[in-house]
Design a protein around this ligand. Structure first.
Ligand SMILES: [Fe+2]
Length: 304
């Protein structure tokens, strides 16, 4: 079976071209890596880009890019997917910085590009300050049936479940980080939010002050999530996408142990993947609830 080792990039359809370019370069502090007639690409680390903006008329997520572990050919990966009944196609030069990738759709129609090698970034950060997160950490999107998403990503792409909130909010990991993808069962469709890692709590504080200077209000946080135990803040980018900055996300450094690296704020000792109750304190251990409508979990069970 093929196995995903990390989240590499997210592709967004960008409506407010100038505002989005300004936000991701000057405010987030990412370096513009490439400009095409219809888009802009920003790096956040050693690879070509973490955020791709393609100018469009509707905002939101266009695709996610997942790097494959190992060094086999994409044709072999395609064969393995086909054997499991998952159609895919090999594409060349579809995504800037990725010479060859495998395009497929998840059960909700989300576009996924699998790749083995991204071009290096010429420059990881703008050099002009800004938030300067350490990496693109995770993407969360709405799905019709979270159990179905779990099966798809476990059986075909080597993900493991990290935590559930009841059976409607699923966190999945593909490496030591607690989650790389989140699936929120909802009547909504599309992206819920995407998230960038900050160094520590003082970096979160600096980021709150930086956003305040830019007149960008927080919509939730700072707080500490239950599942994943990360410190979080959420705000909107100029297109209205929900962007999370986080720190102190749980990590399972040794997969064979089966529990997250112990922390004093854990409820369990040791803290293993588990099913959390749908309760405000699972969302924020510090007790402040999200604004109305945030997330919009659909508690109607879909266990088929
Ligand atoms: Fe998140």
């Amino acid at each position: 079976m093929i196995r995903v080792s990390k989240l590499g990039f997210i592709g967004l359809s960008a409506v407010d071209r100038d505002g989005m370019a300004e936000y991701y370069s000057r405010i987030m502090g990412l370096a513009k890596q490439e400009e095409t007639p219809d888009g802009l690409y920003f790096s956040c680390g050693p690879e070509h880009h973490a955020v791709g903006l393609r100018f469009g008329s509707e905002p939101g997520m266009e695709h996610i890019g997942l790097e494959l572990a190992g060094d086999g050919s994409l044709a072999e990966a395609q064969k393995a997917l086909a054997a499991a009944g998952v159609p895919s196609e090999i594409r060349s030069d579809t995504v800037p910085g990725i010479a060859e990738c495998l395009r497929l759709a998840d059960p909700d129609g989300a576009t996924i590009y699998l790749y083995r090698q991204a071009e290096p970034s010429a420059k990881a950060y703008s050099g002009n300050g800004g938030v300067a997160p350490t990496k693109l950490g995770h993407v969360a999107y709405f799905v019709e049936n979270a159990k179905r998403s779990e099966r798809f990503f476990t059986e075909n792409l080597g993900f493991r479940w990290a935590d559930w909130v009841e059976d409607v909010f699923l966190f999945m990991r593909c490496n030591a980080d607690h989650h790389t993808l989140n699936f929120l069962q909802s009547a909504k469709r599309g992206m819920f939010h995407f998230a960038f890692e900050l160094r520590d709590f003082s970096h979160v504080e600096q980021t709150c002050d930086l956003l305040a200077r830019e007149n960008i209000p927080l919509i939730w946080g700072p707080g500490r999530h239950g599942a994943g135990h990360n410190i979080f803040i959420y705000h909107h980018d100029p297109d209205g996408n929900i962007v999370e900055y986080f720190a102190e996300l749980d990590r399972m450094s040794d997969e064979s142990l089966g529990y997250y690296d112990p922390k004093p704020y854990h409820e369990d000792s040791p803290q293993r993947p588990k099913v959390w109750p749908h309760h405000p304190l699972s969302g924020n251990k510090w007790g402040v609830r999200p604004p109305d409508g945030f997330g919009a979990i659909n508690l109607a069970r879909k266990t088929a």
